[in-house]
Design a protein around this ligand. Structure first.
Ligand SMILES: *Cc1c(COP(=O)(O)O)cnc(C)c1O
Length: 223
């Protein structure tokens, strides 16, 4: 089941987007067991992303196959220490204070942390992330911090059946990504797309998608 999902996805997801950029699939592994995550890796998953620091710590050494680690959840500054040097890319830097603390703690640990700036593209009160109009100035401040490398932007589209609205928002993200790149940002990743909307996100220029349900099936939060 899980193996078949991975196989189908790896066959279906385009290797590159319309800009010729490689598309990376990150498995969103919240609530999944180390065993199932290892099975997904054995089936071809190269990158995995956690939402919760506790889960990340519990399963870290039990996952086989040495996948690239991402952190895709909301991060409290007092928990940074558990992730330092172990996470390849932090997707959800959603406030200045988090970037500053990550910078400080990365400097102390003598590591460089690669991050994405999270954008609240749907302007939803329930979602975190910088407001669209504030991203440019936030980027400038964050990019100036030592021991941080800003690799791009991350967004979660609203839950909606309105495909044209979703496409419009995804395209807006790509415009912002391109604008900052034109200013010398040197971005590599636009992390946008989940199980319900990844196709349209890649169409509109995403090059990194985060899939949970499409790989593991419906989540059981009792685990
Ligand atoms: C859970 C999660 C996903 C994956 O969601 P699915 O709809 O199950 O694919 C992607 N991104 C983030 C930040 C998540 O928390």
């Amino acid at each position: 089941m899980l193996e078949k999902n991975v196989k189908n996805l790896l066959q279906t997801i385009p290797k590159t987007n319309k800009f010729g950029e490689k598309v990376t699939l990150v498995a969103a592994v919240k609530t999944q067991t180390a065993q199932d995550i290892s099975r997904a890796v054995a089936a071809g998953i190269t990158d995995i992303g956690d939402n919760h620091v506790q889960e990340f710590r519990d399963k870290y050494s039990q996952i086989e196959g040495n996948p690239t680690r991402h952190f895709i959840g909301t991060l409290q500054t007092n928990k940074i220490k558990y992730l330092l040097g172990k996470v390849n890319l932090y997707h959800s830097v959603d406030r200045l204070n988090l970037a500053e603390e990550l910078s400080k703690k990365s400097a102390n640990a003598n590591v460089v942390s690669q991050i994405l700036i999270e954008v609240n593209i749907g302007n939803e009160p329930t979602k975190s992330g910088f407001e669209y109009a504030q991203v440019e100035s936030a980027y400038k401040k964050i990019a100036a911090l030592p021991h941080i490398c800003v690799k791009g932007l991350m967004a979660m589209l609203p839950e909606s059946d309105n495909e044209s609205l979703l496409r419009e928002l995804a395209a807006k993200m790509r415009i912002l990504y391109d604008r900052l790149n034109a200013q010398g940002a040197n971005f590599e990743y636009l992390s946008m797309g989940m199980s319900g909307d990844w196709k349209l996100c890649i169409d509109e220029g995403s090059n990194m998608i985060r899939l949970g349900t499409a790989i593991f099936g419906k989540r059981n939060y009792k685990n």
